[in-house]
Design a protein around this ligand. Structure first.
Ligand SMILES: CC(C)(COP(=O)(O)OP(=O)(O)OC[C@H]1O[C@@H](n2cnc3c(N)ncnc32)[C@H](O)[C@@H]1OP(=O)(O)O)[C@@H](O)C(=O)NCCC(=O)NCCS
Length: 225
């Protein structure tokens, strides 16, 4: 598995932005030019650019071989290659995880929020687990569970058709276990990373997570058309 991350706050020249637009799919390009805010355009653009950069570099394909389609609940996938990916963005970061196996990824910026308003959406067991933490750890624990839940939902690819209460996570030191009564499929594996005040959770069908996440400078990405 490869995980790349890019910072949307890095300045990008108009020429490079235009060049990157020319290497993503026509559908993505159409979506990007509809965005009202440049930050949103950069999030979606950088996500697909990183995907293409990883696939070309590590799987030895060319850009025009990468055809992206969308599943029934909106999960994008590569149509013609046995390569899986998932993208997530939050705050200034965009992340892309690529694997030979099904993957779900989520990144969230840890913001000082009142978790008592949202915690009720989680499973009762998670709710109790968060409240069992000392007050200083509750916010981070909340975000850890939130991103795990989101990565699992994105791994399943079924979007908001899955109830957040229908499954829960339990923790035994570093081991993260998913408990899902629906037993929808083989239990996946999870990994978490903390980067610059953001929590990242990755869910994958196999346990081959990288030790590190690779930060890329989008200005340095050159892909032949
Ligand atoms: C779309 C969804 C998959 C994730 O949305 P999100 O957290 O706002 O967005 P993220 O930044 O993590 O991910 C966005 C990317 O996921 C991908 N994606 C879109 N639909 C997807 C789906 N059904 N499954 C997996 N990935 C999907 C796309 O690549 C998208 O990037 P793009 O918009 O640049 O094309 C959806 O599950 C959702 O809205 N979930 C919210 C569930 C919730 O209420 N969570 C609260 C805490 S658990």
């Amino acid at each position: 598995m490869y995980i790349y991350i890019a910072n949307i706050e890095n300045t990008i020249s108009y020429e490079h932005f235009k060049y990157l637009l020319s290497i993503v799919s026509h559908k993505t390009k159409e979506r990007i030019i509809q965005f009202r805010f440049l930050e949103d355009a950069k999030r979606t653009l950088f996500g697909e650019v990183m995907l293409r950069a990883i696939v070309i570099k590590h799987y030895g394909t060319s850009n025009d071989q990468i055809e992206i389609a969308t599943g029934p609940y909106g999960k994008p996938y590569i149509k013609n290659l046995p390569i899986q990916f998932n993208i997530s963005h939050s705050g200034k970061w965009v992340m892309c995880a690529v694997s030979n196996n099904t993957v779900g990824a989520d990144i969230e910026q840890i913001k000082k929020i009142d978790i008592s308003q949202i915690i009720h959406y989680f499973n009762q067991k998670e709710y109790e687990y968060i409240l069992s933490q000392v007050p200083e750890l509750r916010l981070e624990t909340f975000y850890k569970i939130w991103t795990l839940k989101e990565s699992y939902i994105k791994w399943l690819g079924a979007g908001l058709s899955i109830s957040l209460k229908s499954f829960y996570f339990s923790f035994d030191n570093l081991k993260i276990t998913i408990n899902d009564d629906a037993a929808r499929s083989k239990k996946p594996y999870f990994m978490q990373y903390l980067i610059d005040g953001h929590i990242i959770s990755i869910c994958c069908s196999v346990d081959n997570f990288p030790f590190n996440i690779t930060e890329v400078n989008i200005n340095e990405i050159q892909i032949s058309r």
